[in-house]
Ligand binder design. Structure first.
Ligand SMILES: Nc1nc2c(ncn2[C@@H]2O[C@H](COP(=O)(O)OP(=O)(O)O)[C@@H](O)[C@H]2O)c(=O)[nH]1
Ligand SMILES: [Mg+2]
Length: 327
């Protein structure tokens, strides 16, 4: 039995008090696709809006196996224990199966962080389109901020479009890479490299240190061929080991330096403002789509129209026009 719904004011109050149980329930609410849940979710988000925006939002991407979860556990412990800050970890994994997703398995890979009172780990919402998952993750991020989390990590599965979605959610986008694995093997497309605010070669330990340092130099010189980052910042390239802890404080310092410089230059706020507008566009697109496919007349005609398009009797554009004309 799911826990009963609270009133919008009670969610807001529980979040303001930093109650983890209320945060978890509020995230479940924003993930729900039921219209009455969505209405309540928007009331909660609106109520807590003034308390949001205070966290440093960091996206972490890289191919499966590069070491994202292990890195998050190690860097996360540095943040919660040594720096004394509150950390939330969210994930974008549109392919995740019903009932969990990879980060749930990751919870067992982040045992110390999962058990830490200043850390909050939440699996990706199960199933659903990338657009839907990204929206739920963005709203979860705002709820975590309302609950007083200082740092938010958003982990991607590192395949396909999810990096682009995460980039639209965060202040800082960190790309993790393996030494000597080859860009193609790692699915590192030029576009992903260009979005990165820092590159970090993982697993620089156990005799792999020199190869990692070499890879870092190679990537640094490859980055010179790219146009300068929109932030105006040089994209740092470093190495790290989640096992030994080497390079982790430096990696976090790079994020803090970036925050300090771009907050002073105005780029930080400009990037967030641009993201907000993108989310407006996305919300309109999703709402129009839901409205369109929700119409009884469209539902009635859809199968036959699809068949006519598949069979070549009707062009897709003519078919779309016909469906849109159905009131
Ligand atoms: N030697 C070494 N192994 C690591 C390091 N970080 C992760 N691994 C290993 O790499 C594998 C994949 O790590 P994981 O964090 O699950 O990668 P993810 O799929 O990107 O989340 C696991 O077997 C880890 O133990 C590291 O810093 N050094
Ligand atoms: Mg992982």
């Amino acid at each position: 039995m799911p826990a009963p719904l609270l009133s919008a004011a009670d969610y807001a109050q529980g979040l303001a008090a930093g109650q983890r149980g209320v945060l978890a329930r509020a995230i479940t609410l924003v993930e729900s696709t039921l219209p009455r849940h969505q209405i309540l979710a928007q009331q909660v988000l609106q109520a807590v809006l003034p308390r949001t925006g205070g966290a440093v939002r960091v996206g972490i991407t890289g191919v499966p196996g590069v070491g994202k979860s292990t890195f998050i556990e190690a860097l996360g412990l540095h943040i919660v224990e040594e720096l004394g800050q509150k950390l939330a970890v969210l994930a974008i994994d549109p392919s995740s199966p019903q009932g969990g997703g990879s980060i749930l398995g990751d919870k067992t890979r982040m045992p110390a962080l999962a058990a830490h009172p200043r850390a909050f780990i939440r699996p990706s919402p199960a199933g659903g389109s990338l657009g839907g998952v990204a929206r739920a993750t963005r709203e979860a991020l705002l709820l975590c901020e309302a609950a007083g989390y200082d740092v938010i990590f958003v982990e991607t599965v590192g395949v396909g479009q999810s990096e682009v979605a995460v980039h639209g959610l965060v202040d800082f986008f960190l790309l993790l890479l393996l030494a000597g694995a080859g860009d193609e093997l790692q699915g590192v497309k030029r576009g992903i490299m260009e979005m990165a605010d820092a590159l970090l070669i993982t697993k620089a330990d156990g005799g792999n240190e020199a190869a990692a340092a070499r890879a870092a130099r190679d990537y640094a010189s490859a980055l010179h061929l790219f146009p300068p980052a929109a932030s105006g910042r040089v994209v740092p390239v470093g190495t790290c080991s989640a096992l030994t802890g080497a390079g982790l404080p430096e990696a976090w310092q790079a994020v803090r330096d970036y925050a300090a410089h771009t907050q002073a230059s105005g780029y930080w706020a400009a990037r967030r403002a641009q993201q907000q507008v993108q989310w407006l566009d996305e919300a309109v697109r999703q709402a129009l789509e839901a409205q369109f496919y929700g119409r009884a007349a469209v539902q009635g005609a859809l199968a036959a129209t699809r068949q006519a398009v598949a069979g070549g009797q009707l062009t897709p554009w003519a078919a779309a026009g016909q469906l849109l004309a159905l009131g």
